[in-house]
Ligand binder design. Sequence first.
Ligand code: SF4
Length: 882
Amino acid sequence: MKAIGTSCPYCGVGCGLLAKPRRDGVEIAGDPEHPANFGRLCSKGAALAETLSLDERLLRPVSDGRRVSWDVALDRVAATFAEAIAAHGPDSVAFYVSGQLLTEDYYVANKLMKGFIGSANIDSNSRLCMASAVTGHRRAFGSDTVPGTYEDLELADLVVLVGANLAWCHPVLFQRLLAARRRRGARIVAIDPRRTVTAEAADLHLALAPGSDVALFAGLLDHLAGHADTAYVARHTRGSEDALAAARAVGLAGASAETGLPADELAEFYESFAATERVVTVFSQGVNQATTGADKVNAILNCHLLTGRIGRPGAGPFSVTGQPNAMGGREVGGLANMLAAHMCLEDAGHRRLLQDFWQSPTVASRPGLKAVDLFRAIGDGRIEALWIMATNPADSLPDAHAVDAALERCPFVVVSDVVRHTDTSRHADVLLPAAAWGEKDGTVTNSERRISRQRAFLPLPGEARPDWWIVTEVARRMGFPGFDFPGPAAIFREHAALTAAGNAGTRDLDLGGLASLDDAAYEALTPVQWPVPAAPVVPAEKRFFAAGGFFTRDRRARLLPTPTRRPAKLADDEFPLVLNTGRIRDQWHTMTRTAKAARLAAHLAEPFVEIHPRDARRFGIRPATLVRVQSTRGAIVVRALVSERQRPGSVFVPMHWTDRFSSNARVDSLIAGAVDPHSGQPELKHTPVAIRPEPVVWYGFAVSARRPAPDAALSYWALARAAGGWRLELAGDAAPADWSALFAKLCGIRTGSAEVHAYRDVQRGAHRLAAFAGHRLLAALYVAPGPVSVSRSWAVAQLVARHDQERHLAVLAGHGDSGMPDAGALVCACCIVGVRQIEAAVLAGADSVEAVAAATRAGSNCGSCRTEVGRLIDACRLSKAG
Ligand code: SF4
């Protein structure tokens, strides 16, 4: 079968893929012709084929826990929303949507809420990652415009990465950058409190104090006063004097005091920025997710505007988005404070234009509730009906326990999703089965404004339907015209036509040139970067603002004073550490998809808190033990990862783990939910916490061919897929009366159905049990009073090994010849290469990342692990020298 061109459903890089359905699955490869990735894929993209199974899928509509027909479910949703609106007004209902939706899905949801229901209560999980960038752009440029392209990272002589762990969160873009550095010798500066993998690969790492970015860039602006592009500033900007005055008040000394960085380190960076014409500043969640997020963005934009380094090849500020279609959502107005087609809610002319275009009875005239406020309103009883589409707010929003309580209180909750059981869907009155990636059709826009097709290559399973279909069916049942779309192509045409309506160069987003695509042309659409006006400017300009032309009334950009402000809550005696949250390399969001791929779980298989050794000593935390992390809002229990890479005084916990995969690790349950006053984006990277050892008396590790069933009797558990089954970390605060009974219950071993071997060392408190069915290992459990030292990769390998009688004891021993040497902890998820294989290659003479790649293939695909490979080479060298 022919390969079908589509795009990755994960991050905002928006890589192109080729999907080839086969008899035994789907083959996924990078699309060599896609301009975002030119054939590259990261570990998550490369493992997509392993995530397509139908287990865990929601395949039929469900109402009050019972299967119902689509007609019954849709009628109930439409009637309940209509009743709430009639009784309590349009602002009594809300949609909470997602950057996972396709542009066409997003468009109709926004049209329904803002144009026909008449409320702006539609907000997106993009509020959690991009809202500060949107606000910063609109304040400076008059529009939410990302001026540059990915190519700029390759053309720049200096690339500044701020709050962006590109190596893990945007791996393909990072590899493009590293390849360009190898070719051209560009310099990379990483600005991040943590020594991330990205920071380790940088030429200079500025480990600033959490939340002090505004001061750092104010100091830079002050330094740049003598390097301004005066002609550009005079012709195309306003506000430079006030911005410079505010920056002067900070200066180098103030920046050094606020950031905790030595003045000479800062001066080196400032000088390097000042002396380099081609400079790109890439920023992401580390900038946006703060109560000062919008000011951080404007502090960065100020520096580029003052020097005129914007919109030129290799020069400009560059916001990279977290989600695959955060940009598409912004384009159709999927945030509570925006209108469709980058129009402004506050602009009466824009509202009129939209109402005429849609022929709608009304258009929302005031901003709706932004995500955090929306869920507070739900908790206060101000929302009667809520529809959540393609997202999991019970895990991803701050103050997660309060979100649970709000959802429980809400009179009517609809969830449309691909997954049956999530921490959010447990609160749903109606569940609507949505088409998943690979089954749905539409478009997405990546971080460089490039629109790509996402195409279906699998049939719709069960009764799943595309999101656009579900929304338009509800709209029609509510009696609204304007939703009779035969398919996504027609929706796209309407969206494109709207961007061109009344535009004439007054708005950045113009897709007029795509408004008359017929179905065949839409089907064949190749990746295209906007703007695409109906009458193209010649030569086509793919960047914005090199010659001004901002989208403010006077077409000039604004430099804004950005006085320094501290985060909402500072560490104190009770909560002495600062909690930062974020992503890890091989997981995505709340793991509903990536947790299906065993190789993605192998890199970091359980929730952890990364702690500097000094803080670990101070709070009595030993490596690999369990830690209670406590804030004013709640507590979680996770594994200690003691690491020099963590900044002293702060800790890091990943955002991914939910109640589906761990006993108590929803990190957002610790976060208070303070938001940026301008963007409404919550402060997810600065929560004061305390840590202490979790008092458990035994630790365990299990592998099992069947999915284990951990329960509340355990103090701790974390579950992950493994090749051939599952792996489970567990711990307890009291020894069970019968270890065999615990083993049988956990791993589903039925009496008489297996040969069970057991080993006990009472003195050492060690218990080991293994159950076999013939030559097959069904499950094994290893228990010790401290963290279990059995090699996880070796134990997992036993699930697929053939075991004869003599080797049963080896499984109990936790080592020995299994015919499968221990690869060690996974480093390269693309080629499945472990630490021990890399160490063996180094000992055999491989002395560079390239040589290790040649010997083991580690790092030869997406390259996300190359820094870790380099670190292992250095460690081996050191131990050899020692
Ligand atoms: Fe997908 Fe990885 Fe590309 Fe992001 S970098 S779009 S996750 S393949």
